[in-house]
Design a binder for this molecule. Structure first.
Ligand code: DX5
Ligand code: ZN
Length: 219
């Protein structure tokens, strides 16, 4: 398994100075920049769209890990690719044809991810394992930062790790929601190799970012 990657979610950054925040979290050791896109319809919150991602793109060379919580999703894939997304992850529930959505992301030259909500079974990805570059396990219900980690997702992470190893493909296994320095070790032990963290990355302000990221990485 590769070293654990830390993907701070900018949902917890100071939106009044996002460029500065991205530069600070990059310098603090972030591996990927996790961008949560919501539409107030698929999930009950409104965040940011492609224009903001495009504006942020020059502020870091780190990959943009874009988590789309919008429905329909297909009409917007091109815009997120053009804006500078490196990996685009989608929920099976956000469009009628997951296979087609993944085909489109791959055709745009981007890494493709599938996101499993807490109640979504692992079987949802059975027939697309050959197309995905990343599986994202939601350990909260999507929409908001700062929620409590749902413990029942730990065995699901382990089952997905087993399936990834069986596939023989280099698929990243990322976990998103309520991840902090108190549970990161257990999430990694369960099989995750990438951790999203909003609150736990940005708490305490810029002087704390490097220590926050190190604490997550070390579990
Ligand atoms: C929730 C988002 C998460 C969230 C994580 O819809 O997908 O990325 O911002 O925030 P924390 O780490 O605070 O739970
Ligand atoms: Zn997310």
């Amino acid at each position: 398994m590769p070293a654990v990657r830390i993907a701070p979610s900018i949902l917890s950054a100071d939106f009044a100075k996002l460029g500065e925040e991205i530069r600070a979290i990059d310098a603090a050791g972030a591996d990927w920049i996790h961008v949560d896109v919501t539409d107030g319809h698929f999930v009950p919150n409104l965040t940011i769209g492609p224009a903001v991602i495009k504006a942020l793109r020059p502020h870091t060379a780190k990959p943009f890990d874009v988590h789309l919580m919008i429905a329909p999703v297909d009409p917007f894939l091109q815009a997120f690719a053009d804006a500078g997304a490196d990996c685009i992850s989608v929920h099976p529930e956000s469009g009628p044809h997951l296979h087609r959505t993944l085909q489109t992301i791959k055709a745009l030259g981007k890494r493709a991810g599938v996101v499993l909500n807490p109640a979504t079974p692992v079987d949802a990805i059975d027939h697309v394992m050959d197309m995905v570059d990343l599986i994202l396990v939601m350990s909260v219900n999507p929409g908001f930062g700062g929620q409590k980690f749902i413990e029942s997702q730990l065995p699901k992470i382990t089952e997905l790790r087993r399936r990834i190893e069986a596939s023989g493909r280099a698929i990243d296994l990322e976990v998103d929601g309520g991840v902090d320095r108190g549970n990161a070790a257990r999430v990694i032990a369960a099989g995750a190799d990438a951790l999203v963290a909003g609150t736990a990355s940005f708490e305490g302000g810029p002087n704390q970012y490097a220590a926050n990221i190190a604490a997550l990485r070390d579990g």
